[in-house]
Design a protein around this ligand. Structure first.
Ligand code: ADE
Length: 224
């Protein structure tokens, strides 16, 4: 899979993309993730990428010209399955959407910053607006990392068998993952549940399913 990300603050993206599973996926050649610094596409002498909103109001808006220019270049090089704009006004992201995106070949993400991006960029290029939740963060970069991480870990070969994404919370009918424990078997008088120490895989699977369901109804206040 190839993933392109357009941002005015690429530094925010660099560290998380170069650690852990996301790094491993790129090193193995399973995901190619390319960052594009919006400032490289600025048209004025001072490399401005934002401007005041027409009609007044707080915050700055990412200007259309640098985004048009960057998007035209990328769209001229390959076709994208989705051009995704990260915004709190988008459709709420979830595991099902991650699963769907993981089947695509080329994805292009646009990170807004400040107050957002000029609406004409959305009208002309964007195929999906995605929100990671009903709260506002400073820019789309952290949201892009959330979406990219959840998608890339699903690509075949990215996770080893022992880390299989199929047992992740939301992938099974248990809703949530069961609690996990490691050694020691007892600390400060708190013991690891007996069933996990017994080695009976059927009992362990049944216990995990039950625990996942219990936690799900406790947190979500509804039954699976
Ligand atoms: N940018 C700012 N807040 C966001 C959110 N909740 N989801 C996606 N992008 C955002």
């Amino acid at each position: 899979m190839r993933i392109d990300v357009i941002s005015a603050v690429v530094k925010i993206l660099e560290a998380p993309l170069n650690e852990s599973i996301l790094k491993r996926a790129q090193d193995k050649g399973l995901a190619e993730i390319v960052l594009h610094n919006l400032r490289d596409y600025a048209t004025d002498r001072y490399r401005h990428v934002d401007d005041k909103p027409f009609g007044g109001g707080a915050g700055m808006v990412l200007k259309p010209e640098p985004l048009f220019s960057c998007l035209d270049k990328l769209l001229g090089e390959r076709s994208y399955d989705e051009v995704i704009y990260l915004t709190p006004q988008g459709a709420k992201f979830n595991q099902k959407k991650a699963n769907t995106l993981s089947l695509k070949k080329n994805l292009l993400f646009i990170c807004g910053h400040y107050k957002g991006i000029d609406q004409r960029v959305i009208d002309k290029y964007v195929t999906k607006e995605i929100s990671i939740g009903d709260y506002v963060i400073t820019g789309g970069e952290a949201a892009a990392i959330v979406v990219i991480d959840s998608v890339v870990r699903l690509l075949p070969g990215v996770l080893g068998d022992s880390e299989s994404a199929l047992t992740d919370s939301f992938q099974t009918d248990s809703g949530f993952d069961a609690p996990v424990y490691t050694r020691p078997a007892e600390i400060d008088g708190m013991k690891v549940p007996e069933v996990l120490l017994g080695g009976n895989h059927k009992d362990i699977a049944a216990w995990r399913l039950e625990q996942g369901k219990k936690k799900y109804s406790r947190v979500k206040r509804k039954k699976l």
